[in-house]
Design a protein around this ligand. Structure first.
Ligand SMILES: Cc1ncc(COP(=O)(O)O)c(C=O)c1O
Length: 341
C-alpha cells in the first residue's frame, strides 16, 4: 500500500479534501509564461536559466540545484545515485521515498514517530550506521513541523540526510526550512512547486545540496526530464514577487487551518499534534466506516492506514476555505453522532 495516494480517493461530485494541492487557478504571472513556453516546444529543454533562478531564490550557486519532474522524481534518484547500505525512513511520512528505495532494491528500516508524543522527533533513535535518512518537514500526513535544529542534529559525516520540504512553502516565512543551509554535511533538501501553486499536473520540483551530491543525482536523472513549460514555471515561481505571494497564501492558509482545527475540536474530534501545513490529521473511532459515510455525504478524505505508523482510524483532511471546512465538520459531527448511537 506504499503506492496509494490521495488522488485515488477522489471521484466526480465529491468535495476533494483528500489531495493537498491548492485548488485556486494559478496567477496570470505564472500561467502566462507557461502558456508562452508552448511556442518553443520544438527545442529540447535547457534547464540553465531555471536552475540559476531557483539557486538565487535559495542563495546558493546553480551547481547546488537539480531540477526534477516533481519531488517524486527526486526520490527515484536516491537509491541508484547514492547506493545506501542502511537507508532509514522516518514515518509516518509520504510513502514514495520508501517505495522508490525498495524498487531500487534497498532494504529500508523504518523509524516510527509515536502518537503519544504528537509525532515529534522526541526519543527518535536513529542507528549511527544509517547512511541515508529521509524525513519530511512539514510532514505529510501529520502536519507536524520539526524545528530546523532538530533536523540539523540528524546530519553527520558519512550520512546523506534528505529533508522532503514539499510543503515548506505552506508555512509563513519558512522558519524551519533548511533550504539555504550549506553548512550541514550530506544535507539534501527536496522541494516541490506542486502544492501552493496548484501545478500537480506540470511536474516540477528540485533538489538542493552540496554540488558533489547534486552531480551524482544528475548522472542518474533521465535526460530532458523537466519540460520547457515546467522550466518556465520554475523561473516564475523563483521571483521575489512569487515568494512574497507564497507568504501571503501561507498566512491565509494558517487562518483557514486554525478555523478548521477549532471547528473539529468543538465537535470533539481529536486532531494530531500541532498542525502546521495545508492539512490536518484526525483520529476517529471506526475510521473506515466514517470515511465511507463521508463519501456518501459528498466528502472525499484521505485514509490513514496506508501510512506506516498509522491505522484506519486516522484520516487526513485538506485545509480549504472556511465555508467548506464548516460544511465538512457539520457532516462529520453528524456521521460521528450517528456512528456512536
Ligand atoms: C510530502 C510529499 N513530498 C513530495 C510529494 C510529491 O510532490 P511532487 O508533486 O512535486 O512530485 C508529495 C505529494 O503528495 C508529498 O506529499
Amino acid at each position: 500500500m506504499l503506492r496509494f495516494h490521495g488522488d485515488a480517493e477522489i471521484a466526480p461530485g465529491l468535495v476533494d479534501l483528500a489531495v493537498n494541492v491548492r485548488q485556486e487557478t494559478p496567477p496570470s504571472w505564472l500561467t502566462g509564461p507557461i502558456a508562452a513556453s508552448l511556442a518553443h516546444l520544438a527545442r529540447y529543454p535547457d534547464p540553465a536559466e531555471a536552475t540559476a533562478a531557483i539557486a538565487a531564490r535559495h542563495g546558493r550557486p546553480p551547481s547546488e540545484v537539480l531540477l526534477t519532474a516533481g519531488a517524486a522524481q527526486a526520490f527515484t534518484l536516491l537509491g541508484p545515485a547514492l547506493r545506501p547500505r542502511r537507508p532509514v525512513v522516518v514515518h509516518p511520512q509520504f510513502t514514495e521515498p520508501e517505495a522508490a528505495l525498495r524498487t531500487a532494491g534497498h532494504d529500508v528500516t523504518r523509524a516510527v514517530l509515536s502518537e503519544a508524543h504528537g509525532f515529534v522527533l522526541k526519543n527518535l533513535e536513529i542507528s549511527p550506521e544509517a547512511d541515508l535518512l529521509v524525513i519530511g518537514n512539514p510532514t505529510n500526513p501529520t502536519s507536524v513541523l520539526h524545528p530546523a535544529e532538530d533536523l540539523a542534529a540528524l546530519t553527520r559525516d558519512g550520512r546523506v540526510t534528505v529533508v522532503d520540504e514539499a510543503f515548506a512553502d505552506t508555512v509563513p516565512g519558512e522558519p524551519e526550512s533548511l533550504a539555504g543551509r550549506r553548512d550541514l554535511p550530506g544535507l539534501l533538501v527536496i522541494r516541490s512547486l506542486t502544492k501552493t501553486w496548484g501545478l500537480a499536473g506540470l511536474r516540477i520540483g528540485y533538489v538542493l545540496g552540496p554540488a558533489e551530491l547534486i552531480e551524482r543525482l544528475r548522472e542518474h536523472a533521465p535526460l530532458w526530464s523537466v519540460s520547457t513549460p515546467a522550466l518556465a514555471a520554475a523561473i516564475a515561481c523563483a521571483s521575489p514577487r512569487a515568494v512574497d505571494m507564497e507568504r501571503e497564501i501561507a498566512t491565509r492558509l494558517a487562518a483557514d487551518r486554525a478555523h478548521l482545527v477549532a471547528a473539529l475540536e468543538r465537535a470533539g474530534v481529536a486532531v494530531a499534534g500541532r498542525p502546521a501545513s495545508s492539512f490536518v490529521l484526525i483520529k476517529v473511532p471506526g475510521g473506515e466506516s466514517v470515511r465511507a459515510a463521508l463519501r456518501e455525504r459528498g466528502f472525499a478524505v484521505r485514509r490513514g492506514e496506508t501510512f506506516p505508523g498509522l491505522g484506519p482510524d486516522w484520516l487526513r483532511i485538506a485545509v480549504r476555505d472556511t465555508a467548506t471546512s464548516d460544511a465538512f465538520v457539520a457532516v462529520l459531527s453528524d456521521v460521528l453522532g450517528g456512528s456512536t448511537c
